[in-house]
Design a protein around this ligand. Sequence first.
Ligand code: A2P
Length: 291
Amino acid sequence: MTPPTITLNSGTTIPQLGLGVWQATNDETERAVRYAIDEAGYRHIDTAAAYGNEEGVGRALAASSVPREDVFVTTKLWNADQGYEPALKAFDTSLERLGTDYVDLYLIHWPLQDRDRLLRTWDALEKIAGSGRAKAIGVCNFEPHHLQLLIDRGGMLPAVDQVELHPHLPQQEIRRFASEHGIAVESWSPLGGTSNSGWGPNSKPNTLLVDPIVTRIADRHSKSAAQVLIRWHLQNGLIVIPKSVHEQRISQNIDVFDFELDELDLSELDTLDDGTRVGMHPDEMNIGAPA
Ligand code: A2P
């Protein structure tokens, strides 16, 4: 079954399930994206300038038999390119690497700590949206206080806020705030992160895929732990972008539309909320910020 879509505040529709490619090389990304689109039925790819694999995504899009306009492509502005002119330039470079003349969604990767520069960066994204070269614009890792800055400014609101989100960190406050303002929430590290995550100062490595509660629910449904976690995101109305470079896992991760978690499953998963992050808290993040 094709994943359902969500309509963003820009009017654009986004497939609720996509493929993430963080920490994959260009060659791995090209193979994974090609397989995901042509064999597994994905129509949504999430990359970023900082991942260093936009070219791999571009090569896969060019080689695929699926037309470009049928695939939802997201990329992100890296921290070092915040500011008005730098953001416009970085966007052009991303398009070149992706080999496309538009993206479906362009996101600010981190808010960082300079609020004036952040607002100038948002001005640039608004200009890009106005030109039609990004069908929608949005943000990542914005806490409610960052979103409030854009709300107070007037103008366009982000179509999405992509944040670290999984059963250990369900981000209820961000979800409530975003929903009040018509902003969709996307989950990064939806399976609890990559095997070597735990990169924030207070973060821990991923244990969700081997968590006894998750694996017990998976056994009850004869599904994998990853499939249970993906259902949890879908049933919570979140946009979810599990990463894998392995064909069998890429297929497995989209094969989640023939079962549903019941109330008991969902309430058991809710008990996993302990605030554990695999990444950095956005208020602490300033890596790569311009001088
Ligand atoms: P790999 O690419 O080697 O398959 P995230 O939470 O950021 O999406 O991270 C997913 C992590 O879990 C990646 O390290 C990925 O590694 C791995 N992974 C993805 N899908 C599955 C799956 N179905 N079963 C087990 N591990 C998975």
